[in-house]
Design a protein around this ligand. Sequence first.
Ligand code: MLT
Length: 406
Amino acid sequence: MTLINENFIKIPATYLFSEIAKRVAQLQQQQPDARLIRMGIGDVSLPLPDASVDAMIKAAEEQRHSSSFRGYGPEQGYDFLRKAICENDYHARGIKMETDEVFVSDGSKSDTGNIGDIFSADNKVAITDPSYPVYVDTNAMAGRAGEPGETGAWTNIVYLPCNEANQFVPQLPTEAVDLIYLCYPNNPTGTTLTRDQLKKWVEYAQEHKSIILFDAAYEAFITEENVPHSIYEIEGAREVAIEFRSFSKTAGFTGTRCAYTIVPRNLMAFTRNGDAIALNRLWNRRHTTKFNGTSYVVQRAAEATYSPEGKQQVKALIAYYMENARLIREGLQRAGYTVYGGINAPYVWAKAPTGMTSWAYFDYLLNEKQLVTTPGAGFGASGEGFVRFSAFGSREATLEAMKRME
Ligand code: MLT
């Protein structure tokens, strides 16, 4: 008799964004003429930068000829891309980074989900609440979350509430935790931490020998000065943090798929005997065993985002979405909503009308206004009473959505 991983029957039956897609499909069936505006999942609407498309065409052409054809590449990514990442995303900000600390992948969803492979199931995990659902779900699948309680909260996860009362700045845990998930700029609330606030987490991790899993997928959307783009801007972070970055939102790669994870060489975790082991070595072993590399063509497309024209084009994409974010933020405020985020992130976190739950308000917006949002409660208990608006739609759709809200 084959036994299943029973953790899978403890988690909610569907992934958050699959549940939303199901409800949207139902509405489309009932009201085929509904003029739906999608502000739910953070999927981009603008096409890839020309520089990336040109690079893909060139790379595809190379694949046509035996002289330039490439089969399996290095699992960790081609040197040309790892170098471009080090130079542009780190050295340019005065951060030390070597190519063998960069692991190119097909997305931060996979990386933040898979990173748990290299950590013991006995680690105590702390996760900001609300958060990108992958963090909680994948820890639950691995048996690290304990049991789901009546409210949906897992017994073995230390939740770090981010709410209006603390201005969305999580408090340090009062008990010792081993793994800490932080996502800044934050998905879903769109809020940020200042350098000093992030420094406290680095100090906590140093003191407790914890590891911070820092999801920086939205760093390119930062507009304010005092907001760190990388956790490695904080002194000592190389000894306590893994960082995740993605081309998905930055350069429109949601369908093209490319991201990377930084595991510094001197980042250590421990055996039960207390021996320090380099996580770079473990992640390299995991990555080379379970992943065969991002396609050559896609890596050339990602490299092209760092060319002078690529940088200009990426900047224009980001400016477009951030103008949408401004329109959403101000449109909702004019309509009387309390909103957060949307200044350093492409998400606006809006408070539902008093007394309405996130899902009730989500359903109302879907059925009455034909607007698809994401219910805050889907990101965790502290998201209850909020919905998230994504700024990744077209300008026209964004303006129309705000007209419907006002
Ligand atoms: C989101 O909407 O939270 C993200 O687009 C989901 C993802 O990146 O997988």
